[in-house]
Design a protein around this ligand. Structure first.
Ligand code: NDP
Length: 504
């Protein structure tokens, strides 16, 4: 029985005095036998858990997802099986590169992770507010993230590292163009879209499958900060987006998103003009229009930030029957890495933490033991399969239908004829307004001006390859010789790298 008015130790023992340590005499040293003091200090010493290596700064809220259109011909996922069906969700938004204390207004992609507590277990859609990514092979990921963090010697973020890597990685140009538009500094978490970025597979009751991409479109409308506004807000209130989300929900102004899908048949994918698993590309809306699926509403603030938001653990590998992975190489690696990092951060039983445990399904696995096993640990039930004592049995109905793969095992690049510059150019020319372009160029110049000239030249050549006007304007903004940029843009990536190497 807990009596909330009485202070106790963590083990429920009444505490008589919480102001004075036990000492030998009124001025004497503290006694080892003050177990309450020792417990209090040692717990305090361990209050911090490892910070997420990416997406460390975040905010979260609970709510629901409601189906608004019949999509049963595309997927047998139970939570999508009926118009009007509601599923509880928990969502975490974040910045990517900064530490837990960094500013919400930083120029950075934003994480957009949704946990659906479905009757088939928890489904995690772990996306971003951008439809593409910087790189398409996971072998590059740790290097890429290092360049967005602190310099090994100065311990400061370093424009040379940042732009050296990106300018040597032309596949990043599309995401760099989005990041340096004002969408790189969303006004709040409520005023941005979320995208799966990856292609996923949906399959229906008959085993027929489709390739899909998720778009959570904000019902609040897109709102962004200018570079100047973001700099001011970062200084004045580094937690502005965290506070905004919390306060809006407290005011009962529940943020909402409409989930729309792009859906492609395997036949369409086969002959499509680029590789639909390449995460640096979007699927043009004119070829694959958005199909509305449902709405997501966030109407519940966490009661305790650490319990729910800090301990929330999302993994792209958590997919329910009706949804499966695509061959996207980045997705394949994330399926490993997210679960792995949560085990490091929270321990092997992180699935038992309330925010992570299934709410509409039971956990019936044969996994046992490990640090912090806080449930009954399977009790006296069997801890092996197969068994003949009535333990939980696999259900073949939940299997993904088999699919064909073939080819040689080797380290291989994406084989489709890729052009890394086409979609970045389309975005610059056809989607952005004059004001968007002006802000984009200004945002790039302000950041890239901190890098060495040879790196600036190499990067601006990539902007030039996306669109000549784009390259020329950034060149002029940096005071570079446009002719020199044009020459570099005409070279192969290897020759450009050689021509702009240190000491070249
Ligand atoms: P559309 O004209 O049909 O779509 C353009 C999209 O661009 C809209 O979804 C719009 O989002 C979004 N957008 C507007 N301004 C920006 C910006 N500054 N940064 C990023 N996105 C922005 O064209 P396409 O489908 O043919 O795509 C053209 C280009 O638009 C792509 O190369 C890509 O860069 C960008 N884009 C495309 C998306 C897709 O899935 N096809 C998704 C997002 C961007 P909103 O509706 O929220 O205003």
């Amino acid at each position: 029985m807990s009596d909330k008015r009485k202070l106790t130790t963590a083990f429920g023992i009444p505490v008589g005095d919480d102001q004075n340590s036990m000492t030998a005499g009124s001025r004497g040293p503290v006694l080892m036998q003050d177990a309450h003091l020792l417990e209090k200090l040692s717990h305090f010493d361990r209050e911090r858990i490892p910070e997420r290596v990416v997406h460390a700064k975040g905010a979260g809220a609970g709510g629901y997802f409601e189906v608004t259109s019949d999509v049963t011909k595309f997927t047998k996922a139970k939570f999508l099986s009926e118009v009007g069906k509601r599923t509880e969700v928990f969502v975490r938004f974040s910045t990517v590169g900064g530490e837990k204390g960094s500013a919400d207004a930083a120029r950075d992609p934003r994480g957009f992770a949704v946990k659906f507590y479905t009757e088939d277990g928890n489904y995690d859609m772990v996306g971003n507010n951008t439809p593409v990514f910087f790189i398409r092979d996971p072998l590059k990921f740790p290097d890429f993230i290092h360049t967005q963090k602190r310099h090994p010697a100065t311990n400061c973020p370093e424009p040379n590292m940042f732009w050296d890597f990106l300018s040597l990685t032309p596949e990043s140009i599309h995401q760099v163009t989005i990041l340096f538009s004002d969408r790189g500094t969303p006004a709040t978490y409520r005023h941005m879209n979320g995208y799966s970025s990856h292609t996923f597979k949906w399959y229906n009751e008959k085993g027929k499958y489709f390739w899909v991409q998720y778009h959570f479109k904000t019902d609040q409308g897109i709102k962004n900060l200018t570079r100047e506004e973001a700099a001011r807000i970062s200084g004045e209130d580094p937690n502005h987006a965290t506070r905004d989300l919390y306060d809006a929900i407290e005011r009962s102004e529940y943020p909402r998103w409409t989930l729309k899908m792009q859906i492609m048949t395997p036949e369409q994918a086969k002959d499509y003009r680029f590789d639909i698993f390449d995460i640096t590309k979007v699927w043009p809306h004119s070829d694959f229009p958005l199909i509305e699926v449902g709405r997501m509403v966030l109407n519940r603030n966490p009661k305790n930030y650490f319990a729910e938001v800090e301990q929330a653990a999302f993994s792209p590998g958590n997919m329910v029957p009706g949804i499966a992975a695509s061959p996207d190489k980045m997705l394949q690696a994330r399926i490993f890495s997210y679960h792995d990092t949560h085990i490091h951060r929270l321990g092997p039983n992180y699935h038992l933490l309330p925010v992570n445990s299934p709410k509409a399904a039971a956990e019936n696995s044969y996994q046992r033991d490990g640090f912090m096993r806080v449930d009954e640990n399977g009790g006296a039930g069997p801890n092996y399969w197969p068994n003949s004592v009535g333990g939980p049995a696999p259900d073949p109905d939940s299997l993904e239908p088999p699919f064909e793969v073939s080819g040689q095992a080797a380290r291989q690049a994406y084989t489709h004829p890729n052009d890394d510059f086409v979609q970045a150019g389309n975005l610059y020319r056809d989607v952005m307004t004059d004001e968007d372009r002006e802000h984009l160029v200004g945002n790039i110049v302000s950041h890239l001006s901190g890098a060495q000239k040879r790196i600036q030249l190499r990067q601006v050549a990539l902007f030039y390859k996306a669109d000549t006007d784009y390259g020329q304007r950034v060149s002029r903004g940096l005071g570079l010789d446009v002719k020199e940029v044009e020459n570099l843009a005409a070279m192969s990536q290897e020759d450009r790298a050689k021509a702009t190497a240190q000491g070249a």
